[in-house]
Design a protein around this ligand. Structure first.
Ligand code: ADP
Length: 510
């Protein structure tokens, strides 16, 4: 998953970046809601004013009667200066105290659009012709016009009808100044309050982010203290069960793994050096003794030299196979060991291994028996599978007394090939059983058989090979009676992949 890159300088701390983000988002939210609120309030105020103008137009209409084709103003409330029957002068001028914001704004026109009554302040308004034409065509008109001093005035214009006949057009108006003042004051308040709110929210965000990151700071400080070689230290777990708690847990798990890995590595190096030192020391002492004998001018030196060289050869072979095992395990650790994936006849591999093992078994007077089902095919790496079988058979021969017996059983059980290497050897004490698959582990290093050497790596290689083939290995053992090593490997899925299927199995005599 890729995280969004914040467009801030890299050196800004995460808490500062978060604060800036929160503040930016909050600023956008405040601006949007402020703008929407302003528009909504303005529309509501104008629609309230329009309603008031409509009511006003009805009041004016109530003051008018139509008798004998002429309009008579009653002006009962005396609110309409210029409408009285006595005020014949249409050009009546407003007095000096007249104000478009406070004075009544009304005009009445006859059906031909001639003014028959107008208040003084209305006379100064630049009312468009549309406000007369539209009502005459049946649509009331609402709109803003300008006063003599540039004031904004809202006008409502409608017709007055009697018996289906248009008798007059009534126009009423109200100043928009108060509405504008209210909206301007709201805007000013918003422009003062919004930055203050933003500042407070930025401070709050920073405090919150600091609180959130405090445990992480603590983790960072502790992690810094954990130097190389001090991997047994653990970061403290916060009491809250949140992400930081999980992070601390993960760090501790990682430290535990690293600790174990380092310990394994150290032990591996120590064990490997120890194992490599033994054959080298043997070679040195053999050569030292041989050289000493040559100085004493002993007879039969040549014969003893040959014996010494044979011993040196054996030790060198042991050294070579130990180095091979070590190299293989090193590659396994590095993950560089690639396995072939082919269909392999396990029964045939066992035959091949037994041909090789037979001389050693005969030399030690050990009988090898086999109960092998055929064909048994598993997917895998032939070379590695031979190595696995060889290590198990070698161990069985190595740890069985002369006169004993080693049996190899191969069966198919459900979806697995099941190989059992059974010996009548010395067996393994129960307390050692869980450890024998560990690297360099030997039950009794002091009495390990010399033939073929004993490094304690054989079974760890077997385990790796079995696991790499998605199989499993188990052991049963009784000290003094013998051991059974059982390896289960998944069988090949399709029968068409079985090599040599249908061919009779060549039986190898044991
Ligand atoms: P080694 O090279 O010592 O045989 P392994 O890893 O193959 O190393 O075996 C580990 C130890 O397990 C051996 O040292 C031995 O003590 C014990 N072991 C393995 N196989 C057998 C067996 N068939 N019978 C008795 N002990 C065994």
């Amino acid at each position: 998953m890729k995280f969004m890159t914040l467009p801030f300088p890299r050196r800004l701390s995460l808490r500062l970046q978060l604060t800036i983000w929160y503040t930016l988002v909050f600023a956008v939210l405040i601006s949007c809601s402020g703008f929407l609120l302003y528009i909504h309030l303005q529309n509501t105020l104008i629609s309230t004013l329009d309603t008031a103008l409509r009511i006003r137009s009805h009041q004016v209409a109530d003051d008018i009667t139509y008798e004998h084709d002429s309009i008579i103003f009653h002006n009962n409330t005396d609110e309409l200066p210029g409408f009285d029957k006595d005020d014949d002068d249409d050009t009546m001028q407003p007095d000096n105290n007249a104000d478009v914001n406070t004075d009544t704004l009304a005009r009445v026109l006859d059906a031909q659009g001639r003014t028959i009554g107008v208040t003084p302040m209305f006379a100064d308004l630049a009312v468009p012709q549309e406000s007369i034409d539209l009502p005459l065509h049946g649509t009331p008109w609402e709109g803003n016009v300008r006063g003599a001093n540039g004031e904004n005035v809202r006008i409502y214009s409608r017709v007055l009808m009697e018996d289906g006949k248009t008798i007059a057009i009534i126009q009423v108006g109200a100043s928009l100044t108060q509405l504008r003042v209210a909206l301007a004051s709201l805007l000013t308040d918003f422009l003062i309050l919004a930055p203050i709110t933003l500042c407070l929210s930025a401070i709050g965000s920073y405090i919150l982010a600091s609180r959130t990151f405090r445990p992480i700071d603590h983790l960072i400080r502790t992690a810094k203290r954990i130097k190389e070689g001090d991997l047994h230290q653990r970061v403290p777990l916060p009491e809250t069960y949140d992400e930081v708690h999980r992070l601390a847990l993960t760090l501790n798990e990682m430290l535990e793994e690293l600790d174990h890995a380092f310990m394994r590595q150290r032990r591996f190096v120590a064990d490997a050096s120890h194992e490599l030192r033994t054959p080298v020391a043997a070679i040195r002492s053999l050569t030292d003794v041989a050289l000493l004998k040559s100085l004493t001018n002993e007879k039969q030196v040549g014969e003893k030299y040959i014996t010494t060289l044979n011993n040196i050869n054996t030790e060198a072979q042991r050294l070579g196979s130990l180095i091979n095992d070590l190299l293989m395990l090193a590659k396994v650790d590095e993950g560089k060991t690639a396995l072939q994936q082919e269909s392999v006849r396990l029964d045939m591999l066992i035959d091949a291994v037994l041909i090789n093992a037979q001389p050693l078994a005969s030399e030690r007077n050990i009988t090898i028996k086999q109960q092998i089902a055929a064909p048994v095919v598993v997917p895998g790496d032939e070379g590695r599978l031979i190595q696995m079988i060889m290590n198990l058979v070698d161990n069985a021969i190595k740890y069985t007394h002369p006169g004993g017996c080693v049996t190899l059983q191969l069966t198919e059980e459900t979806h697995d090939a099941c190989l059992r290497v059974i010996d009548t050897g010395i067996g393994i004490p129960a307390e050692h059983l869980p450890h024998i698959f560990e690297r360099f582990y030997r039950v009794d290093p002091a009495h390990s058989p010399l033939e073929g050497g004993s490094s304690g790596l054989g079974l760890s290689i077997v385990t790796w090979i079995v696991q790499a083939h998605k199989g499993s290995i188990t052991t049963k053992s009784e000290p003094g009676s013998g051991s059974i090593f059982t390896v289960r490997l998944p069988l090949v899925e399709s029968s068409s992949e079985i090599p040599g299927k249908g061919k009779p199995r060549e039986k190898i005599p044991s």
